[in-house]
Design a protein around this ligand. Structure first.
Ligand SMILES: NC(=O)c1ccc[n+]([C@@H]2O[C@H](COP(=O)([O-])OP(=O)(O)OC[C@H]3O[C@@H](n4cnc5c(N)ncnc54)[C@H](OP(=O)(O)O)[C@@H]3O)[C@@H](O)[C@H]2O)c1
Length: 287
């Protein structure tokens, strides 16, 4: 597919994978609309994109708000006449023990990581149906396949995205709209600095460009799914064990970050005091 002149929406474009991907689309001559909350970062991105794709622009806002997520898609079509490619990449990390996580945090993760993707996709599909073609690429995570300790909610948001994409892939057959999934392994971006609790993982992290390349490949070859990096021994082994020896994998993964007895005891004491999950030791008991 010649990407020149395509109208491309990239969510989560203010840093990391989204920033690099938006810039790469612009370098191929696509008009990029970058979406995220941090306006200064989006302005810097646009300075780069407009050198190659002068009509590129950004929308700053919170994708956890449905009206914003839907509105961005509709506004793009009003301004540019179409939407060819939607890359759902925005997400927040949540490396946090489940006994420390509140229901409110869990809901917010699902809104940003999963529901925003549903909302932009639902808004984009009718436009793509009218066009008779379009591409939707969802950036998931290996955590959605092999769930690390302390990532129940983050992994659930990505597993939901995986199932959603698989369903889209079938249901959109014959419409000209292709839906695909990119599953990054550990990638060297600022997301690692935003964790609530320090992650145990200290292995190799790959450059965001490996994910951008996978996004292009999914679109251009109409693939369903690519793990990035490809053919990485640790990821291939984990995926193999996931299907063949899931109990062995679960036991191995749990050992990466075991539960210290004092963590469990403090959490138990909070429960005895009537505190809800995610509420700190200092807080008053729930009503
Ligand atoms: N890095 C990794 O190791 C890794 C591994 C697996 C999967 N992934 C996935 O790759 C994608 C990109 O992550 P990254 O590593 O590039 O991290 P990142 O640099 O932290 O990028 C996350 C992006 O999402 C945006 N975002 C977060 N909350 C938002 C909200 N409420 N509304 C609008 N935008 C929001 C952020 O922008 P603002 O803060 O400006 O809003 C930022 O642009 C994510 O889906 C992530 O789950 C990453």
């Amino acid at each position: 597919m010649d990407l020149h002149g395509k109208i491309v929406l990239v969510t989560g474009a203010s840093s990391g994978i989204g920033y690099v991907t938006a810039r790469a689309f612009a370098r191929r001559g696509s008009t990029v609309i970058g979406v995220a909350r941090r306006e200064a970062n989006l302005q810097a991105l646009m300075e780069e994109c407009r050198r190659d794709a002068p009509a590129s622009e950004y929308r700053a806002g919170d994708l956890s708000v449905r009206s914003f997520a839907e509105g961005v898609v509709n506004e793009i079509v009003e301004r540019h006449g179409r939407i060819d490619i939607l890359v759902n990449n925005a997400a927040i990390s949540k490396h946090k023990h489940i006994l420390h996580t509140s229901a409110e945090e869990a809901e917010f993760v699902m809104r940003v990581n999963f529901l925003s993707c549903v909302w932009t996709t639902f808004a984009a599909i009718p436009h793509m149906q009218k066009q008779g073609r379009g591409s939707i690429v969802n950036v998931s995570s290996f955590a959605g396949r092999v769930v690390p300790p302390r990532e129940a909610i983050y992994a659930a948001s990505k597993a939901a995205m995986n199932a959603f994409t698989e369903g889209l892939w079938s249901d959109l057959k014959g419409t000209g709209i292709h839906a695909g999934l990119v599953i990054p392994g550990p990638i060297d971006t600022e997301i690692w600095l935003k964790e609530d609790e320090p992650p145990a993982f200290d292995g190799k992290k790959f450059p965001p460009e490996v994910v951008t390349d996978a996004i292009f490949e999914v679109i251009q070859k109409k693939k369903y799914e690519i793990t990035a990096p490809k053919r990485n021994i640790a990821l291939v082994t984990a995926r193999f064990l996931r299907y063949v020896l899931p109990a062995v994998l679960r036991a191995g993964v749990a050992r990466m970050e075991p539960n210290p007895p004092e963590l469990l005891e403090r959490a138990r004491q909070r429960a005895v005091r009537g505190l809800k999950l995610g509420h700190s030791d200092e807080e008053a008991p729930a009503e």
